[in-house]
Write a protein that binds this ligand. Structure first.
Ligand SMILES: Cc1cc2nc3c(=O)[nH]c(=O)nc-3n(C[C@H](O)[C@H](O)[C@H](O)COP(=O)(O)OP(=O)(O)OC[C@H]3O[C@@H](n4cnc5c(N)ncnc54)[C@H](O)[C@@H]3O)c2cc1C
Length: 534
C-alpha cells in the first residue's frame, strides 16, 4: 500500500529524522492505517515554507510505502532514440518549447532540425556581458535570444500554475537528468539558477545532436514556404538568413514548430503580413521591477526570524480599478537584468544564481493590460497595417522605446518607490544589482496614467499585506513589459495546428498558450506529441 502523508513541523526539527518519522506514523494512526514500523519506508516528496500567521512552519510531504518496496521509477526519463529518415520536423527557436519538442520527437525517431537566430550559450554569455560593459545589445544574441531561449540566464524557476497542462514531474525529471540539482524534484518552489542552467541546456543539445538531430545557430527565420495542399495553405518549410553572412537557406520538413518566444516582434510581423487572421490580441501586463535589500524582504516574510531560513520569496496580487496588479518572476537574492532584444529599447527582467545570495531581492510588479486598455493611436496604427491584433505589440514597443529615451544607453530609468508615490524625481538613487546602471526619472511622467495610477494604488495595498514593502530603500527600475505576450497565434484546439496555415504549429510562450519555462516546455512536448501521430 502507498499513502501520501503531509506533516507540519518547526524549521528546527527538519533534520531530526526520528521526530519526522514519529510524526508520519502518528498521522498514519490517526487515519486508521495499519502498519508496522519495520515494513514501512518513507520517501520524501516535497517541502514548502509557510510564513503566514506570524510564524514560520515547514510542510513536508512523504510517500509512505507500507508492506512494499519503494518504486524506483521516480527519476525515470523517456527513451530517446536515434532518428530514422522517416520524418523531419523543423523547429524554430531553441527555448524550452523548442528543446522539449525536439526531445519528444526523438522518442519517436523523428528528426528535429532546430533553427536558432542566436548563438550557443558560450558566445551568448559574451554578448550579454557587452550589454553592461559597452551598452551594446546584439539583436540576435541577448537575454531573450540564443541557445536555451529567454530563460537560460535566469533564475530558472520551475514552478508553474498550469498543473492541468501536462506532466510537470516529467519536465523536472528531464531537467534533473540533464544536470539540474535533484532537489528540483522535491522542492515546492524548484529553481535551477543562472549559474547552472546553461550547462543543462548544453547537455540537452548534445543529446539531440548525438541522436541525429540538427542545430543551426545564427540562423534566423525570415519567411515561410507556403504551398497549396488539398485546398489549404500549407507550410512546407522555411526560408532563413545567416545573421552574420546574410546567406539565405531553404529548409523543408513535414511540419514546422514555431517556438520563437514573445520577444520575436519580427515573427509576429511576418505572420501579420502572411496571414493576419492567424493573430489575436490578448491580455498581457506592463509595469516595473522593484528591488529591495534582500534582508528587508527576508525580515518581512519571516517576521524577523531569518536565521537558518532560505532567502525569502513573495507572491502578491491585488485588484485596482478592475485590473490585477501583481508580482511576477520574483528573484530572491537576485539581480535585475537588461533584457532588451534590440539597441533601441530598454526592458528589464530578473535572475538569480542557485544560491540566491546577492544583496538584493527583486520582482516585477505589473498591471494587467487588456486589449481594450491599449491607447487608440496604437489600435489605429495596427488597423492601418491590416492586423488590428498587433495593437498591444505596438504599445509594448513604444513603452520600451520611451524607457530608452528616459534612460541612458542601457542605463535604465529608475525612481525610489517612495518618490514614485509622491510623484517626484529622486534626487539620489541607491546601489543596485542592475549592472548597466540607472538614471533618475519620474516614471509618472512617461508611463501611461492608467498604469501609473494602478501601480501606485497597488504598491500601497501590497504594503498592507507586507508591512515595510513601501520603504525608502525600495527602488523601481523600468520598464517591465515582457511577462507575457500581447498577441496569440491562433491554433486548433485539437490538432494544435495554426488555424490558417496548415502544418505550422505555434508553441510555447510566443504562441500565447504558455508562459514560463515549465509550461512552455510542456506545450512544446504536447505539440510534438501530436506531430508524432500525423
Ligand atoms: C531574464 C529572464 C528571466 C526569466 N526567468 C524565468 C524563471 O525563472 N522561470 C520561468 O518559468 N520563466 C522565466 N522567464 C521566462 C521564460 O524564459 C520564458 O517563459 C520561456 O523561456 C519561454 O520559452 P519558449 O521556448 O516559448 O520561448 P523562448 O525561451 O523565448 O525561446 C524562443 C527562441 O526562439 C528564438 N527565435 C526568435 N525568433 C527567431 C527567428 N526569427 N528565427 C530563429 N530563432 C528565433 C530565440 O532566439 C529564442 O532562443 C525569464 C525570462 C527572462 C528574459
Amino acid at each position: 500500500m502507498i499513502k501520501e502523508i503531509t506533516i507540519t513541523i518547526n524549521p528546527e526539527d527538519e533534520k531530526n529524522y526520528n521526530r519526522l518519522k514519529t510524526l508520519v506514523f502518528k498521522e498514519l494512526k490517526q487515519n486508521g492505517i495499519k502498519f508496522t514500523a519495520e515494513k514501512t519506508t518513507l520517501v520524501f516528496q516535497k517541502k514548502s515554507i509557510d510564513a503566514r500567521h506570524g510564524r514560520v512552519k515547514l510542510h513536508l510531504r512523504y510517500k509512505v510505502y507500507i508492506d512494499e518496496k519503494p518504486a524506483d521509477s521516480e527519476d525515470a526519463v523517456p527513451v530517446w532514440k536515434k532518428v530514422s529518415e522517416s520524418k523531419t520536423v523543423i523547429i524554430i527557436g531553441s527555448g524550452p518549447a523548442g528543446l522539449f519538442a525536439a526531445l519528444r520527437l526523438l522518442e519517436d525517431e523523428i528528426k528535429p532540425v532546430i533553427i536558432e537566430r542566436g548563438t550557443d550559450t558560450t558566445s551568448r554569455r559574451k554578448d550579454i556581458a557587452l550589454i553592461s560593459t559597452k551598452n551594446f545589445v546584439n539583436a540576435n544574441s541577448n537575454y531573450c535570444f540564443g541557445e536555451g531561449g529567454a530563460g537560460t540566464f535566469s533564475d530558472g524557476k520551475l514552478y508553474t500554475r498550469s498543473n492541468k497542462r501536462g506532466d510537470i514531474g516529467r519536465i523536472l525529471r528531464i531537467f534533473a537528468h540533464f544536470g539540474a540539482d535533484k532537489a528540483i524534484l522535491t522542492d515546492a518552489h524548484p529553481h535551477i539558477g543562472t549559474d547552472r542552467l546553461p550547462k543543462v541546456i548544453n547537455n540537452m543539445r548534445n543529446k539531440i545532436i548525438e541522436l541525429g538531430g540538427e542545430f543551426h545557430f545564427n540562423t534566423k527565420l525570415t519567411d515561410f514556404i507556403i504551398e497549396e495542399c488539398k485546398g489549404a495553405e500549407t507550410v512546407c518549410g522555411v526560408m532563413t538568413e545567416d545573421v552574420i553572412s546574410g546567406e539565405k537557406t531553404e529548409f523543408r520538413g513535414d511540419a514546422v514548430i514555431l517556438a520563437t518566444g514573445h520577444s520575436a516582434t519580427d515573427v509576429y510581423s511576418l505572420i501579420a503580413r502572411t496571414s493576419p487572421a492567424a493573430l489575436e490580441a490578448k491580455t498581457f501586463a506592463v509595469g516595473v521591477r522593484v528591488e529591495h535589500p534582500r534582508k528587508l524582504i527576508d525580515n518581512i516574510q519571516y517576521h524577523g526570524k531569518t536565521e537558518g531560513m532560505p532567502t525569502a520569496e513573495y507572491r502578491v496580487t491585488v485588484q485596482e480599478d478592475e485590473r490585477g496588479v501583481y508580482s511576477f518572476c520574483m528573484c530572491p537574492g537576485g539581480f535585475v537584468v537588461p533584457s532588451a532584444s534590440g539597441d533601441e529599447e530598454i526592458v528589464v527582467n530578473g535572475m538569480s544564481a542557485a544560491a540566491r545570495n546577492s544583496k538584493w531581492s527583486n520582482a516585477a510588479i505589473v498591471v494587467e493590460t487588456r486589449p481594450e486598455d491599449i491607447p487608440q493611436n496604437f489600435v489605429g496604427e495596427a488597423e492601418k497595417m491590416g492586423c488590428p491584433a498587433l495593437a498591444g505589440l505596438l504599445f509594448r514597443t513604444d513603452l520600451e522605446k520611451k524607457a530608452k529615451m528616459n534612460g541612458k544607453g542601457q542605463a535604465a530609468p529608475a525612481q525610489l518607490l517612495t518618490d514614485f508615490l509622491a510623484n517626484k524625481q529622486s534626487e539620489t538613487l541607491p546601489e543596485t544589482s542592475y549592472t548597466p546602471g540607472i538614471t533618475a526619472s519620474n516614471l509618472n511622467e512617461w508611463l501611461p496614467p492608467h498604469i501609473c495610477t494602478r501601480l501606485q494604488k497597488g504598491f500601497r495595498d501590497i504594503d498592507k499585506k507586507m508591512h515595510g514593502f513601501v520603504s525608502p530603500e525600495a527602488l523601481l527600475i523600468a520598464v517591465e513589459t515582457r511577462t507575457s505576450t500581447p498577441v496569440r497565434i491562433l491554433r486548433d484546439g485539437e490538432t494544435m495546428e495554426c488555424t490558417v496555415l496548415k502544418r505550422l504549429y505555434p508553441a510555447g510562450e510566443g504562441s500565447g498558450y504558455a508562459g514560463g519555462i515549465v509550461s512552455s516546455a510542456m506545450d512544446g512536448e504536447k505539440v510534438a506529441n501530436l506531430i508524432a501521430f500525423l
